[in-house]
Design a protein around this ligand. Sequence first.
Ligand code: SAM
Ligand code: DTB
Ligand code: SF4
Length: 330
Amino acid sequence: MTSTSTLQFVRKAASDGNPAEVRWRVADVQALFDMPFMDLLFRAQQVHREHFTAGEVQRSTLLSIKTGGCSEDCGYCSQSARYDTGLERERLMPIDEVLEHARAAKAKGSSRFCMGAAWRGPKDKDLVPVLEMVREVKKLGLETCVTLGMLGEGQAAQLADAGLDYYNHNVDTAPEFYGEVITTHTLQDRLDTLDRVRGAGINVCSGGIVGLGETQLGRAGLIAQLANMNPPPESVPINNLVQIPGTPLADGGKLDPFEFVRTVAAARITMPTSFVRLSAGRQEMSDELQALCFMAGANSIFYGERLLTTDNPDAGHDEQLFVRLGLTAI
Ligand code: SAM
Ligand code: DTB
Ligand code: SF4
């Protein structure tokens, strides 16, 4: 039943004129998840080598420029004002401080700087200082990415004019499951923003989060939805839930780590030319598990000690991991 309605959703999107065709049915993606693990990894690595140089991994550094107090109720998020997560609400970070973080990220070897704000979406007056941040970070020789929530008419164009390279806006989970995790906006709202971003000529960064209690079919539905975008997102972050005390999803069961690897592999196979980013949750992963994710076709990471409000592995540890695995940062 779930499979059929996901399919209907994708088909509807296709008939609405956006994705021209259903390249990946949910059942096809489910069949990837059903493959023997080693066969799946082998296929993902084959696809990866057809489109990318083996062992090259892109590194992006995150900074929360406006933390906490968000009106939305995303069930996993430390920054929703609806949950008591102990996080202090902060105002927009001054540009000098942002640039200090950006310079440090560049010095550590990051190639992209991603600025995140805990907004449902920016008001026009909120956007003005962010546009300045984008222009100034770009001048440092870094690629720029922002994630600010839903964009209104004209806002994507302003970001494009400022020179923004990527906009991050995740579809997060399978269409059927979306309403169980988030009720304050709809998946269609997110898709509308992605259309605006694409329409403004900004590269799309869109992925999802697993370990929310979704079924395997749900993970297949998430990947199919991303893969059927036309074109698929240039960058696909795959986040593993970081359980935040105080949120509704704090106490669920943990996802089998091999399922996470399968999700990465399915993303790689269905989106062969996209960068697939091993995103939130790396701090809780062993080096060996991360190596499996790279084998499965992940070729991007968040790099630096902090994600938005939670910890990420030390840059030094990642450097060493790259040396141990013979990976090259690009
Ligand atoms: N407010 C903006 C939005 O929702 O797009 C930007 C920030 S939001 C924190 C960006 C993404 O981070 C979410 O879409 C979700 O995929 C991921 N994320 C948030 N909290 C997480 C958590 N606890 N564990 C893993 N990923 C998380
Ligand atoms: C994405 O997909 N993951 C990043 C980024 N885009 C903005 C955010 C991860 C957040 C993890 C939880 C936290 O640190 O608050
Ligand atoms: Fe707000 Fe984004 Fe967190 Fe949702 S994920 S509560 S929109 S900051």
